[in-house]
Design a protein around this ligand. Sequence first.
Ligand code: NAP
Length: 309
Amino acid sequence: MEKHELIIIGGGPAGLTAAIYAGRSRLDTLLIEKAAVGGRILMSEMIENYPGFPGGVSTLELMGRMENQVKELGVKIVSEEVLGLDPAALKVNTGAGVYAAEAIILASGARPRKLNVPGETQYTGRGVSYCATCDAPFFKGKTVVIVGGGDAMAEEALYLSRFAASVSLVHRRSELRASPILQERIRQDKKIHFILNSVVSRINGNIKVESVTLKDLLSGNERDFSCDGIFVYIGQEPETGYLKGKIDLDEAGFIRAGENMSTSAAGIFACGDCRKKGFYQVVNACGDGAVAADAAYKYVTGTVKNGVK
Ligand code: NAP
């Protein structure tokens, strides 16, 4: 069995920052990531509010730089999916092997929330998408619907409008929750049309998506709306299924962690979007990662006992 001083689960902004701090503390560190190193932020093309980049920075560039920084520090990265965790023994099972550690940092992030309406699963990849950055070029000159009211929806609606002929924004309330600067931009974009107080109740098609059924929540009326694609941006759900019954989670599955990112299990820390908190941004995911690595270092070196300062 492979043993390390520290195992980090997840290679998004939180996990990579934790790995940078752990590497600089000379902890023997293994980072396990099941998909692309860089995390879910790679589903957005640009990030505009990461400090130090006026005008924004491409997420590929930013996350590529973080990954290189981690590798230069000698942190080992493996591409495996964590299937189980033994909190008492500090062991992680990936199917490919069992890894042991003296401390573990959970940075497994979150995944897109689904609409859970008829047709969604059937047409995923055939008109239903959760990633405008990946799929927008397939909708050049086409009519698309985007669902949601937050920052992610607003950023991706602007990106989609560079390709699609028209982008219809469907939101369940009359007010968006996206930041005012993004709301200004989508209101100025002539290709973006608002369909408010409405939800998508069904996705229809044959081989591919051909329309969505929209329900007006004020009148209760339903109508079919022709479109070639639908992009879903209605928030996120934590990637914490492998922790159920092992670590204290809230009702939605987010990890409860203290100020130094300690969880209910000694030697296990949590950071980033999988952690319960009030504000989910790349910049504070990185902040979480730094704090978690500091706490893990203190735990491994004996500066701190039982994960409590
Ligand atoms: P979000 O802020 O939670 O917004 C989700 C939106 O989807 C809300 O408008 C919500 O409506 C709507 N919604 C939720 N469930 C729905 C359902 N079942 N049917 C229809 N609509 C539904 O999610 P997000 O935009 O993905 O952003 C998540 C976090 O990441 C936020 O904190 C955001 O600020 C952050 N973020 C940061 C950046 C960045 O740092 N650059 C970029 C993107 C996102 P209601 O408004 O009615 O609740």
